[in-house]
Ligand binder design. Structure first.
Ligand code: F6R
Length: 242
């Protein structure tokens, strides 16, 4: 991967926004893969601002989100549907029906996962996939020991992930135990990947991903099997790199 270290979290968001804006600038059709979470919010704020000022447009953008909780309705505040509406889709000129997120309320989650894979394939694959990283090295909701050959499927969330994601729920115990996520193989099929990390709580995971063994114990280490990955960190997140 290409590694870039910038000073602080705001600089990560600024630099990541510049990379995405460069990709959208020519207004050609593009399919993005999108993540949720605290790291992404200031990036999306910058993309919203760039759309408002006419620097970019989402009219030629299609997107596939990485993941969604199982059993959480789209309109529920803890859902990733709600997050995306709040941080991006509610503020940009994307065409209706072009933003896909797994349906966590599907009766048959396995069928929904298969349908999602088919939709990604039918769209011609993902051009640019945005990723965060979990403190345990997860990408999407592929927790440690996820198979590198995994595809979109239902997974059980680690306890630490549920605690880290409790912000939009009344308490950690209310965070769903299961999610539907793109698999590691799904992620690695994206033509380009931009992973962003900020904060000291990500330092060990970033170092393991970049300098440790390529192993299912650190799902983000799979990114080293891909030829077109940018990893952008702030100094605290890069602090454990050699
Ligand atoms: C979110 C996702 C997760 C997050 C990761 C980091 O859609 O797939 O992998 O990117 O948990 O989350 P934050 O940015 O909240 O630390």
């Amino acid at each position: 991967p290409r590694i870039e270290v910038v000073g602080n979290a705001a600089a990560v968001a600024e630099r990541a926004a510049a990379l995405v804006i460069a990709r959208l600038h020519d207004r050609r059709p593009v399919t993005l893969g999108l993540a949720t979470g605290a790291t992404m919010a200031p990036l999306y704020a910058r993309l919203v601002a760039a759309t408002r000022t006419g620097v970019i447009s989402f009219r030629t953008v299609s997107s596939f989100n990485l993941d969604e909780y199982v059993g959480v309705a789209p309109q529920s505040p803890g859902s990733f549907h709600a997050y995306m509406q709040q941080h991006l889709f509610g503020h940009v000129d994307m065409e209706a029906g072009r933003a896909e997120i797994p349906d966590g309320t599907a009766d048959d989650v396995a069928a929904e996962a298969a349908r999602y894979e088919e939709q990604i394939a039918a769209a011609g694959g993902i051009d640019l996939l945005l990723l965060g990283i979990g403190a345990n090295g997860h990408i999407g909701f592929n927790e440690p020991d996820s198979d590198f050959a995994s595809r979109t499927r239902e997974v059980r969330l680690d306890e630490a992930t549920r605690i880290a994601n409790a912000i939009n729920f009344p308490d950690p115990a209310s965070v769903p135990e299961r999610a539907i996520t793109m698999g590691i193989a799904t992620i690695l099929e994206a033509r380009s990947i931009l992973l962003i990390a900020r904060g000291s709580e990500k330092a060990a995971a970033v170092a393991a991903a970049i300098e440790g063994p390529i192993t299912a114990a650190c799902p983000a280490s799979a990114l080293r099997l891909h030829g077109n990955v940018d990893i952008l960190c702030d100094e605290p997140a890069a602090a454990a790199l050699a």
